[in-house]
Design a protein around this ligand. Structure first.
Ligand code: PLP
Length: 411
């Protein structure tokens, strides 16, 4: 039996996540679908119920005590995110529904004023659909072209032609930080530097980076960065868009309505200051408040300890998976976060997923919202096991055992 020498007390940590002690098909749940969404610790669940039980009120507009308490809790999440990702000001943090909405917001507002016929947007061959489609739509609206950084067979970006791909025509480089389908960690800082040299702006999709390591937007020097709360122990329906103040100030609003205005008349409307200009209507108050509990929880565990534990899980799983006859790992980049994607010769990925579920094991099968990667690699889909800091080596051993059993049944 292998063991992890790290500093995490995973037995204790798992007690904080009520769902991890449930059974599925009479077997202990082994949750290896963390890239899709993470599980939630009790402190996050408590923060949600505490808001609804004790100070539910709409924010910003009220003068009564409940409105005041709700507003201050909501705004304190903004400051917690600002501190965590090292943004200069809280005004640079915009609350969205998630990564998808953050990208759509920028794709819409940025292209309104910056994209013209013949301009180019550069993405990569590793993107999630949510960082492809909004840019395709923007290109269609403005007569611009979508360019793609290709990938190699290991699932890494092939940067050999980058000099030709980034030019004065490039207005935006929108890049996935960590691949959800393959786990590849991209050299986003280097690419950002190159993009800035030609005056292009950079948006980083950090949906799969935020759960695994500290984010520092000033060090990355990206213009925009997006991620989702539900992948970092927080609730669904709340996400973060970071933007440099000067860039956000420049952009037109994405949605109109209450809260995003300074003054309204039938003839003319002036817009509110940041961040409210981009937060039209009643926001997702409860989930925003609970997101702070999630971030504080992750910070208490510590991102270094998280990364160390997850890396050990990944290398152990990789060794065990590679030893299985007929199994091929998909995505073997030098730098990877905790995702193990694979296919098994002669076996459909979905059948494997169904049999693993019978043993209480949750993995994801399919194209992982990244169909272009699958077609580049000549695949219809893969099995994907993705690990979090609350997973254990024992769970991976059981997963491998169950996988071997499933393969022998299906062959
Ligand atoms: N980008 C990446 C890399 C993702 O992994 C995901 C979700 O899996 C998204 C974007 C979309 O996130 P959401 O569905 O939370 O908006």
């Amino acid at each position: 039996m292998a063991s992890i020498a790290g500093t995490l007390d995973v037995v204790q940590i798992r007690k904080d996540f009520p769902i991890l002690s449930r059974k599925v098909h009479q077997k202990p749940l082994v949750y290896l679908d963390n890239a899709a969404t993470s599980q939630k610790p009790q402190v996050v669940i408590d923060a949600l119920t505490n808001y609804y039980q004790n100070y539910n009120a709409n924010i910003h507009r009220g003068i009564h005590s409940l409105a005041d308490e709700a507003t201050s809790a909501y705004e304190s999440t903004r400051r917690a995110i600002q501190t965590w990702i090292n943004a200069e000001k809280p005004e640079e943090i915009i609350f969205t529904r998630g990564t998808t909405e953050g990208i759509n917001l920028i794709a819409y507002s940025f292209s309104q004023i910056n994209l013209a016929k013949g301009d180019e947007i550069l993405i990569s061959g590793l993107e999630h659909h949510s960082n492809i489609v909004p840019w395709q739509m923007a290109c269609e609206r403005h007569g611009a072209h979508l360019k793609v950084i290709p990938i190699n067979t290991k699932g890494e970006l092939d940067l050999s032609g980058l000099e030709e791909l980034i030019s004065e025509r490039t207005k935006m480089v929108a890049l996935i930080y960590v691949s959800n389908a393959l786990g590849t960690i991209n050299p986003v800082k280097d690419i950002t530097e190159k993009a800035h040299k030609v005056g292009a702006k950079v948006l980083l999709d950090a949906a799969q980076a935020a759960p695994h390591f500290d984010l520092d937007v000033r060090d990355l020097d990206c213009d925009f960065l997006v991620f989702s709360g539900h992948k970092i122990l927080g609730p669904t329906g709340i996400g973060i868009l970071y933007g440099k103040e000067a860039e956000l100030n420049h952009l037109p609003p994405y949605q109109g309505g209450g809260e995003m205005i300074a003054e309204v008349s039938f003839e003319h409307t002036t817009y509110n200051v940041l961040p409210y200009k981009f937060e039209a209507g009643t926001p997702n108050i409860a989930d925003t408040i609970a997101l702070k509990a999630a971030i504080e929880y992750m910070q208490t565990i510590g991102f270094d300890a998280i990364a160390q534990h997850e890396n050990e899980l990944l290398s152990y799983a990789t060794r065990q998976l590679t030893a299985i006859d007929g199994l091929r790992l998909i995505g073997t980049a030098e730098k990877k976060a905790s995702v193990a994607s694979f296919v098994v010769e002669g076996v459909h990925h979905q059948d494997l997923g169904i049999l693993l579920d019978q043993d209480g094991i949750a993995i994801r099968t399919g194209h992982h919202c990244a169909q272009p990667i699958m077609s580049q690699l000549g695949l219809k889909g893969t099995c994907r096991a993705s690990f979090a800091f609350y997973n254990t080596l024992e769970e991976i051993e059981f997963f491998i055992h169950s996988l071997r059993k499933a393969i022998s049944m299906l062959r």
